[in-house]
Design a protein around this ligand. Structure first.
Ligand SMILES: C[S@@+](CC[C@H](N)C(=O)[O-])C[C@H]1O[C@@H](n2cnc3c(N)ncnc32)[C@H](O)[C@@H]1O
Length: 239
């Protein structure tokens, strides 16, 4: 009889420990005007459930915390995510939903299979989310497909958009502009937003696009940055 692999044994162990562990809502004070979550609960969630599945690349721990905190605090009606790539971000939102019973579905979008893009995932597309309940894989231009689905769903309140597609200044600016012009109570998380000067040769596009969108839609959202370093993440939290 073949011996089970290490990952099979770990999987069994994880399933057994999951049965015993119950998770409470990390939002202890939902009426607070501050963006406040229980970081001890979320840290345990990260270490016990999230990191074993998605690792810490492309999202380091502080960004995983921001993503899961946003999902728990906002309790969005629906999550739109692009680009899918292997599905790490879609899986993160799915794990948050399943662990804390948040009740949303995740629509994740990547370019068509024949598109030419430096980061296109090819056959790896959606590997981490294939077959998961409440996760829907789509192909096309992220913002267009997301807003079409949002309309088809009847314009649900408090959607969350995760913007991690093409990181050029123009595309991020246009995507954020379309979201905030169309959806009155949208919240957005944008990735790769850590600001560095042009001399650093790092991608400064998303940081610049976010500054401009803040000026274009004054008072619409509060900005919460992951801080610390690259790649960087910013939550634009609907007021
Ligand atoms: C940095 S990767 C995203 C990583 C992914 N969120 C994850 O967690 O695994 C960028 C992805 O965006 C996709 N992409 C680029 N432009 C896009 C667009 N306009 N609409 C949808 N996806 C796009 C690329 O094909 C690539 O898969």
């Amino acid at each position: 009889m073949p011996r089970p692999s290490v990952s099979t044994i770990l999987g069994r162990f994880r399933r057994q420990t999951e049965v015993k562990r119950s998770w409470h809502d990390p939002v202890r004070n939902p009426a607070a005007s501050e963006f406040e979550v229980d970081l001890w609960t979320l840290s345990s969630f990260l270490l016990e459930k999230l990191v074993p599945v998605v690792g810490t690349h492309p999202y380091p721990l502080n960004e995983l915390l921001l993503m899961s905190a946003a999902a728990c605090r906002l309790k969005p009606s629906v999550v739109f995510d692009w680009g899918t790539h292997i599905g790490a971000s879609a899986r993160i939102f799915s794990e948050c939903e399943r662990t804390f019973n948040l009740g949303y579905e995740v629509h994740t979008i990547d370019l068509p299979s024949d598109a030419a893009h430096a980061e296109h995932p090819g056959a790896e597309h959606g590997r981490l989310v294939r077959g998961l309940e409440k996760v829907h894989l789509h192909r096309g231009d992220g913002v267009k497909v997301a807003l079409d689905i949002w309309r088809k769903l009847g314009g649900p309140k408090r959607p969350l958009f995760f913007v991690d597609g093409d990181h050029a200044y123009e595309s991020v600016r246009d995507e954020l502009g379309e979201i905030f012009s169309t959806v009155p109570d949208a919240s957005v998380i944008a990735h790769d937003t850590f600001f560095q000067s042009a001399e650093s040769n790092y991608n400064v596009g998303p940081a610049r696009a976010i500054d401009e969108i803040g000026e274009k839609f004054p008072g619409r959202f509060r900005m919460i940055k992951s801080g610390l370093g690259l790649p960087g993440m910013t939550l634009l939290l609907s007021r």
